[in-house]
Write a protein that binds this ligand. Sequence first.
Ligand SMILES: Cc1ncc(COP(=O)(O)O)c(C=O)c1O
Length: 396
Amino acid sequence: MKASISKSDRREFLKKLGLGSLPFFIPATSFANSALKGNSNAANRVNFQFDGISYSPEEYLNKLLQINKQHKIEPDIYGYGGATTALEEKFAEISGKQKAIYLPTGTMANQLAIKLLNGQNTKVIVPENSHIYRDEADAAQSVHAKRLIPVVNNKPYYNRKELDSTISELQSNEVFKSGIGTVVIENPVRRAFGTAIPLDNIKEISQYCKEKGYKMHLDAARIHLAEAYHNTSIREYSAPFDTVYFSLYKYLNAAGGAILCGDAELIDQVAHQIKIHGGTIYQNWNNTAMALYSLNGIGSRFKEMAIKGKNLIKQLNKIDGIEVESTSEGTNLYKMYVSPEMNGFEFDKYLENNYAISIRPPNPKGEIRFSINESILFQTVDEIVLAFKDAAEKMK
Ligand SMILES: Cc1ncc(COP(=O)(O)O)c(C=O)c1O
């Protein structure tokens, strides 16, 4: 029978690796370098690290050449025409919104959405654990004169009651009242291990916002995952919102870029705002052609990815010395633990060098953040399980 890995085992494992003094976040570049250089030519390379296939520069160029052979890539000029317009039209259709526009980053998409939705109102309600609140360098306050008010609840997402109590508390504690214009939701929640917010919860919040006259913005950077893991379409997830942002490099394999969808009246104001903020780029087809290609057939590929991923997690949990934990409303992110007898750092090198499989090294808590993406389709579950079994044996 398989022995489980206890908390004290995990502590022992950390002591063994001398990890107590490591900074909490190991820089992402150290992972990137290993994956992008290590097996850059392995066509069957599977990574359990990144938000997508994560092409090396050579692979990216070859992929664009392949795409161009199948269907000649048409360029855009300053975001107009060619692959960029085609992608905008595709996203308007996927989201069920009137119009879509390409932007160079998701940060800019989020910020311009809340700025335009808010109009003269100064306050925007955001989840405390969101990218907008935590990771956008106070852009709302310093560039757009908007004040972000977090809903703090120490849970992956908030509900109608928690939103109402944040707003009521704010209004009863401030003498000089200025308007609330927009309520933001992020789905799936990056800082809550990819938790997907149930649609019913979103609908209740949307009902509340309608009653109060607030607009709604969705940070849907990784929403294709929620669709694959929770059988709810992107159109259904998008419907309650005035604006929705999608990432082109998270799971759509582009080198960067974002799309913002909404009513034509709002989207038509965005190009001018992008220019004002220095984000108008001469040609963008290198990102948009790649994203357009990735969208083709994504529904069935991601369904297969989710099924295969769940099966893989089951099989990995049968291996002695490996344990993988999932979260209840999660999507593609898991926590992997290896037994203290194994060297977690050697473990990942061994998998990479012998099986073209890359995983992250353990963080200071002894967890390996294990993410499923569509590269899982490049090897069979049996092949991947055999690789982990062999690595677990060899690392003892
Ligand atoms: C949830 C979420 N929203 C927005 C962004 C911002 O995207 P970008 O890097 O294109 O600015 C990210 C990037 O990590 C993200 O994870």
